[in-house]
Design a protein around this ligand. Structure first.
Ligand code: NCD
Length: 309
């Protein structure tokens, strides 16, 4: 399969359509193979992947790690508290150090929006940077695995109604999904408490609606986001209000299309943004998203490696 070379994965915005198609089809293939590849198909054979997670993570970090293993790479994990950053080293110098050790793939999660893109500019031609979530900006691999999960169930994105609920303003997952799902042809309606909504969306196919019910009515997909208290800053959200007006309860889900599916990137806060009976219910794709994430990240590594083959 031919595809445009992509060197880094920094954003879900403006991904070439043929790269998205490539990722979907390779994810499907890896899933069929249960992620077990013959030795000569492991695109990262003899490579080292460094996971640099400057923010908490369970699923994304482990998923990238396992995907790298499955593609034949060795993985090094760096955490801020045990790295030389505590001695005053910049992250650019940390990456230069790892480059000198032969590492070429850097999976980076950072609290500052734009940091992976900035690091990618300074990292040298040989380095590949994968954005694993930067501040409130983007989380492209999450959007790709979400889109793949939707595609498994819904077949076509054309005219698909997607409701995105909750903490929109601070959600990199929402931003990446809005870009990607809009590009694929879906129509997104977002809703959340007034303080957690942006003034406008930067995708023409997306609309902001006042109530969760309005967003959910007739939706084919309901995507729920976590209330990101760690980013709260000046925004004060009354949890009881949030629960009353935005939590995805079985009653609210009744408003959606009868075949609607429910997505959540995790980690979930049960009883706050989503009712346990919905999270564990038959329409929930939450663990399927995690499962698909492994295969999608294998495909992402292969896509980035592809240009050198
Ligand atoms: C998300 C993140 O870190 O952006 N989690 C994830 O990667 N699956 C969402 C969140 O933390 O709420």
């Amino acid at each position: 399969m031919t595809h445009e070379p992509i060197h880094h994965l920094l954003s879900a915005k403006d991904l070439p359509p043929e790269s998205i198609e490539y990722l979907f089809s390779r994810t499907e293939a890896f899933k069929r193979m249960r992620g077990i590849l013959p030795a000569d198909e492991k695109a990262l054979d003899r490579e080292t992947v460094t996971n640099i997670f400057w923010e908490a993570s369970t699923r994304t970090r482990v998923s990238f790690q396992m995907a790298a293993w499955r593609m034949g790479a060795r993985v090094v994990n760096i955490a801020p508290s045990t790295s030389s950053v505590t001695k005053g080293e910049t992250l650019d110098d940390t990456i230069a150090t790892l480059r000198a050790l032969g590492c070429r793939y850097f999976v980076i999660r950072h609290a500052t929006s734009g940091e992976p893109a900035r690091l990618a500019m300074n990292a040298g031609r040989e380095a590949h940077v994968l954005n694993a979530g930067d501040g409130t900006n983007e989380h492209p691999s999450q959007a790709l695995l979400d889109a793949f999960t939707i595609r498994e169930r819904k077949k076509s994105f054309n005219g698909l109604q997607v409701a995105i609920l909750g903490d929109i303003l601070r959600s990199r997952v929402a931003r990446s999904n809005l870009h990607l799902l809009s590009q694929l042809g879906a129509k997104c309606r977002v809703s959340g408490p007034a303080g957690l909504l942006p003034e406008r969306l930067d995708v023409p196919q997306g609309t902001i609606v006042k109530t969760a019910d309005e967003a959910i009515r007739g939706a084919d997909v309901v995507m729920v986001l976590r209330l990101q208290k760690e980013r709260e800053g000046k925004i004060v959200v009354d949890e009881a209000d949030y629960r009353k007006n935005f939590s995805l309860t079985p009653q609210r889900l009744e408003l959606a299309h009868p075949d609607a599916i429910v997505l959540h990137p995790g980690p979930i806060n049960r009883g706050i943004e989503i009712d346990s009976s919905v999270a564990d219910g038959p329409r929930s794709m939450i663990l399927r998203q995690v499962e698909n994430g492994l295969f999608m990240r294998m495909a992402i590594f292969e896509l980035l490696r592809g240009e050198e083959r």
